[in-house]
Design a protein around this ligand. Structure first.
Ligand code: ADP
Ligand code: MG
Length: 395
């Protein structure tokens, strides 16, 4: 099963691009599920399915065309199904603070629940092989990063905190329940956590496997949007995911001649050039601004015709190398960069704000550093096969 993850800033067109990609995949014969992980779902709206504003029908895979299903993870339903004990405990805690029942239940939805539920589905579909491709329409960047970092965080929690916490609580619960101002979590709370963890086991390996999971960044040709896209790129790389395409959406078509848009056209051109330079060799696709909203199956089909103008197969694995990765080796930090086209010659390295700039011949690459490495400076570099290894040390 292939997993295609669409991420980007709010409003850039993630849902439309993900839905159009679903349409293209189904046309090419793949059994495809487009799944929305954004709590503010708009997938059903994108397909113009109608229905009530807050309907729950798409909480399960819903067929929208031949070989094409959509699903909008419905958190209330997921809680009933998977989170009973956890949310029951949290709700009871919140009630002791004087919150009413309904509010307490609403508040017991904590950050990460949606993402975790979606991860459980992805894992389940992979095991049952119900679909050939799952297209993930993610929430805006910050939340989609939580989505990909959740497995590692949970793994850490389970290893370092969970079993210890559970043992400790078992010992002290009788006493603590008499003394503590709030009730300690019951055993079934821990069973529930363990059970949920079991349901996402292995998903981190799946997300990091570039022959299974590809990240596609959707952006607009605007400075502010580009900045967020660059950060997303750095952090997806940091988490070991492979970005294999950048989609620039809403470009003004050449036939927009109105003087009002003159400046917009100039800046879009400049930012587009910047995008191409920054993300090379990752392919950059362009999608024009359409005359009206992209709504419904037919119009999504037209968007797909534009995005995949030569009938491309969106499920094709085109990039298997991570553009770069950050490693820590014996307390030493390294930036490792795949440079298949690097020529022999002087390698220039310098820091610019929190970016590492690497120059090889005429090739220049800006690498945004993660916060934990942003204070370091490059101390040397060498080629290891076609990998450029940059050693970083404290300034
Ligand atoms: N290329 C485009 N031309 C015209 N309208 C677009 C285009 N891409 C997206 N839209 C419209 O912009 C709005 C926001 O797009 P959406 O896909 O929901 O963005 P996101 O999921 O990133 O928040 C929707 O109404 C959609 O129909
Ligand atoms: Mg959306």
């Amino acid at each position: 099963m292939r997993i295609l993850l669409y991420s980007g800033k709010g409003g850039v067109g993630k849902t439309s691009i993900a839905a159009a990609t679903g349409v293209q995949l189904a046309r090419r014969g793949y059994k495809t599920l487009v799944m929305s992980v954004d709590p503010a779902h708009s997938l059903a709206d994108s397909f113009d399915l109608g229905g009530q504003l807050f309907h729950g029908a798409t909480g399960e895979p819903t067929s929208v065309a031949d070989r094409l299903w959509i699903q909008e993870v419905n958190i209330q339903r997921e809680i009933k199904r998977h989170w009973q004990a956890i949310s029951g405990y949290i709700t009871s805690l919140l009630r002791t603070t004087g919150l009413g029942d309904v509010e307490a239940e609403e508040m017991a939805i904590f950050p990460g629940m949606e993402e975790l539920s979606a991860l459980m589905y992805v894992n389940q579909y992979r095991k049952t092989a119900e679909f050939d491709v799952v297209v993930l329409d993610c929430a805006p960047t910050a939340e989609s990063l939580r989505f990909v970092s959740l497995p590692t965080t949970l793994d850490w929690y389970m290893k370092h905190v969970f079993s210890w916490e559970r043992k400790l609580l078992k010992a002290i619960r009788p006493l603590a329940n008499r003394l503590a101002p709030v009730e300690m979590p019951p055993e079934k709370y821990f069973d529930n956590v363990q059970d949920l963890f079991g349901k996402i086991e292995g998903i981190d390996t799946i997300l990091e496997d570039s022959s299974i999971t590809s990240v596609r960044l959707v952006t607009n040709a605007e400075k502010m949007v580009l900045r967020e896209t660059q950060r997303a790129f750095v952090y997806f790389s940091l988490h070991g995911l492979t970005v294999d395409q950048v989609v620039v959406n809403r470009l003004f078509p050449a036939d927009v001649q109105d003087a009002f848009f003159d400046n917009w056209r100039v800046t879009q051109g400049a930012v587009l050039a910047e995008i191409e330079a920054y993300f090379a060799p990752i392919p950059v696709s362009r999608v024009p601004l359409f005359r009206s909203e992209v709504l419904g199956f037919e119009r999504l089909g037209i968007l797909a015709d534009t995005l995949y103008a030569n009938g491309e197969d969106p499920a094709l694995v085109t990039r298997t190398d991570r553009p770069y990765s950050f490693v820590r080796n014996d307390g030493q930090y390294q930036v490792r960069m795949h440079l298949p086209f690097a020529e022999k010659g002087e390698i220039g390295l310098f820091k610019k704000d929190d970016e590492l700039v690497v120059e090889i011949g005429t090739l220049r690459r800006h690498i945004g550093l993660p916060t934990s490495m942003s204070q370091l400076i490059p101390s040397g570099a060498r080629m290891d096969g076609d990998i450029l290894v940059v050693e970083m040390r404290s300034a």
